[in-house]
Ligand binder design. Sequence first.
Ligand code: NAD
Length: 585
Amino acid sequence: MLNTIYLSNQAMKMVKLIGDFFTKNPETCARIECYSSPHYALTKTFAENFNIQEADSWKVFEELQKKIDEAEYVQVETANSTNKSYPVSPEEVNMLRVLTDYFAPQPKMSPASGFVGDRLESAMEAYKWFFGASEGNGEDIRESFQKLLERTQEATAFRLETLVAPETIPNPYKAVLDLLRIAAEKLNLDPGIHEMLKRPMRSIVLNIPTFMDDGTLRVFTGYRVQYNDALGPTKGGIRYHPDLTMDEVTALSAWMTWKTAVAGLPLGGGKGGIRCNPKEMSKGELERLTRGYTRALARFIGPYTDVPAPDVYTDSQTMAWMMDEYSQIVGQNTFGVVTGKPVSLGGSLGRDEATSRGLMYTVVQAAGYKGIDLKQATVVVQGYGNVGSHAARLLSDLGCRIIAVSDSKGGVYNPDGLDPKEVLQHKSQTGSVTRYPNCKTISNSELLELECDILVPAGLENQITQTNAGNIKTKIIAEGANGPVTPEADEKLYKKGIFLIPDILANSGGVIVSYFEQVQNQMNYYWSEEEVRNKLQNTITSAFKDVLAISEEYDVNMRVAAYMKALKRVSEAMIVRSEKPYTSR
Ligand code: NAD
């Protein structure tokens, strides 16, 4: 499969800085020789020139080098109206690798790198040495280098394409397969059904031509995976991210299948997205891309087939565009084709905080089971975005003391407690929870290891691993994020007596209220917020009780129990839909 990405604006600026360094009369990196190593020189100069932190400058370099190393094909776009796009030859792609490697912390291609001698000459030597390029006077190599340097300076965009073997199985999909196997063994699952559930029912790749604001045309790659629809229409978010891959979408669509099944909803699981960098696109570009994606996908989605929703870097506006485009195609208002819409356009009341409210209801159940009085309980929240900030507020409303919170920039700790609403206000004013007054500053890893009653990881995946599981000192973990605890860490935590509410249960409040949105759209009759909350509480509490009962009956941790409940529902639906058992055909 051909995966296409564009270099971010920051990475583009860095390519230009690197290119400038190798030209005869550099314009922007005149002082670069003053530093002790090329890596330090580049990142420091970049940080100074573009007014960003040095640490962020290192990250830009890492991103740039990784993407250029992985690229199979490179295309340079320019503003020149006669010839807007040049393919970069395989030799020039290798030259680009040499130029960036020169600035790596530990260069592999240019071992003698430094600031002495003719810069282009040393890059040419490195290229010949590393790639075994042709002998001769090297004039052809010099010419190619010079052409490449000119292009980097006039480039408006760098398009990188990578060939990915379709059978590649990265970690998220592997984790799905591992947990499926464990739950299948415990349930003595029909091997035929197990075989089917290892793979998605349908995977769609779409290439979406989109006009950018400057008049150039870009082709974006989009995906939609419908993993399993035995229980009902598939359901799951649409994610916009420059590094999105089909395998990631597949793993997430499997997760959605288990999540809707655990919650007892009449829905299957799906997921989709587009490889793009929404942070660098205008609203108009995003609208044209979203509408193009919807047109390409229209025949595969619908209220009774597959219902998308927002996910990373998509929101209610994205859903409004999708709904509008789809409605124009089918010739009637079809609100139920997507969920997570604005309330003025068929969205449900209570959707914004639904994931956190659902998490809060599961914490209430877990605390009851563990004999913890929530009025005395201390809470630590990692990640202070939509899920984390609402969760902190709702748990605080129950009487819990929020003693520490964090975001990507770091954490704050006060054993006497923080006011979650004030922290949110501080974050919206300053951009981060850090520097919230009267608190000790702590790192994200320190935060996870604080002594508390309830820990809510609501930021990223893979935060509690085999390495730090032994240091976790909480009684309950409620997974607000998807996959914050790795399967290897699960068993360690279970043996320590830590009660874990797994993501597919703890954060299923979002999809439960999305389902309520679908139901309201189909009735064309809307519920009060209180009605939504009551229905959410009943649905998620009953799911929690089912999972706990399985965990006790089979003596397995809550994650395996949740997978078992999901698998049981999905496989029963598959079996009753079929004439004969799957294995005896
Ligand atoms: P968000 O973007 O609103 O917030 C994410 C937060 O995590 C931000 O505060 C960010 O600064 C922080 N963060 C990022 N990197 C971090 C790091 N290294 N350490 C600590 N904090 C870090 O996202 P969200 O909607 O709150 O989603 C958070 C998680 O919950 C994601 O895993 C998402 O998939 C999952 N989730 C969200 C929903 C939902 O309805 N929003 C539903 C189910 C699952």
